[in-house]
Design a binder for this molecule. Structure first.
Ligand code: TPP
Length: 350
């Protein structure tokens, strides 16, 4: 059960199959991305969130499409759960023109304003201030939107975390700050780097509402997120959710992760959020017979289709390298690139 600041337990609603479906799609997307990267098909670096899917699914299901979201270098799951299309996300990882950012961003810089996704961010803690700024926009314009941001425990050692929490609480902004506390920042254990590794206590020190939740239980995460989003939308200010999770893989795909104790990883895997959700849905008699298998095979087929489409899509023309930077240089050839979003396509723009 998620525990609020005053020790109150938040009950989960009846378990919803849709939350399992989102996790299954994220898992399928990231297993495919991992394989493709190791086979040398994807440029750059990628970071996967395998084992952390419940946080993305549970939080984003509490947001509307227009609500704002920012995320991190480990943001595929958050972006997908917010409603981005898997085909254009996969094409983005391949760096193709059909990508959600026309192949210019790659894994760590995905943004999709059409679903309120303001951006992944390779700068640790970089997304937190942007979400607080978006929440300030919501408060000043009265547009009714809420902003949410995902970040890791490592990000809480940086200045933008402290500054953003301060302003969010001072101005009672409609923002939900979601810390995925997986205990590691790259190769460093958080108790070696943070004076206070319990992130909720840092929020409570400012008087901010905070909720602790088992990040392996998607239904509990969702209950916490509904409470936090409801408060924010009602004008009751920000909430920090600390989701306790495990990062099954190394920091980046290809990291041998020799710093992990194999017994510890085995313990984490025993808490697989997909298996946990499946067990709860079975206990409640929510599944139809064969429903889990059907969801998993549809997710696999969706991702297979996304990969095939990305492989066949064109790469950007090198002559267009300056496109989307600052302004459209006159005389640039107009090749097969997705256009910049019109202001009217940006969620919340009036
Ligand atoms: C400002 C900044 N410092 C350092 C890095 C290098 N770096 C990338 S990810 C990372 C660890 C982040 O850990 P955490 O915030 O806990 O997120 P997690 O990787 O666990 O999801 C570091 C140090 C960076 N990208 N940006």
């Amino acid at each position: 059960m998620p525990i609020t600041t005053n020790g109150h337990e938040l009950p989960s609603q009846a378990p919803d199959v849709e939350l399992y479906t989102t996790m299954s799609r994220i898992r399928a997307f990231e297993l495919a991305a991992e394989k493709l990267f190791l086979a040398g098909e994807l440029p750059g670096f990628i970071h996967v969130s395998i084992g952390q899917e419940a946080v993305a699914a549970g939080v984003c299901a509490a947001l509307s499409t227009e609500d704002y979201l920012t995320t991190t270098h480990r943001g595929h799951g958050h972006t997908l759960a917010k409603g981005a299309d898997t085909t254009s996300m996969m094409a983005e990882l391949f760096g193709r023109t059909t990508g959600v950012c026309a192949g210019r961003g790659g894994s760590m810089h995905i943004a999709d304003f059409s679903v309120g996704m303001l951006g992944a961010n390779a700068i640790v803690a970089g997304g937190i201030g942007i979400a607080v700024g978006a929440a300030l926009t919501a408060a000043m314009t009265g547009n009714g939107h809420v902003a949410a941001t995902f970040f890791g425990d490592g990000a809480t050692g940086r200045g933008p975390f402290a500054e953003s929490l301060n302003l969010a609480q001072l101005w009672q902004l409609p923002v939900v700050l979601v810390c995925e506390n997986n205990g590691w920042a790259s190769t460093t254990r958080n108790d070696e780097a943070l004076a206070q590794p319990d992130i909720s206590r840092r929020a409570r020190a400012l008087g901010m509402n905070a909720i602790d939740v088992d990040g392996n239980n998607v239904f509990d995460v969702h209950a916490a997120a509904r409470e936090a989003v409801g408060r924010a939308r009602a004008g009751a200010g920000p909430t920090l959710i600390q989701a306790h999770v495990h990062r099954w893989r190394g920091h980046y795909v290809g990291d041998p992760a020799k710093y992990y104790d194999p017994a510890e990883v085995a313990r984490w895997k025993a808490k697989d959020p997909l298996e946990r959700a499946a067990m709860i849905l079975t206990e409640h008699g929510t599944w139809r017979p064969g429903e889990r298998e059907q969801i998993d095979s549809e997710a696999a087929a969706e991702i297979e289709g996304a990969v095939a489409s990305a492989r066949n899509a064109p790469e950007p023309d090198p002559a267009s390298v300056a496109r989307f930077l600052f302004h459209e240089p006159p005389g640039l050839p107009q090749q097969a690139c997705a256009p910049s979003p019109a202001p009217s396509q940006i969620a919340g723009a009036s």
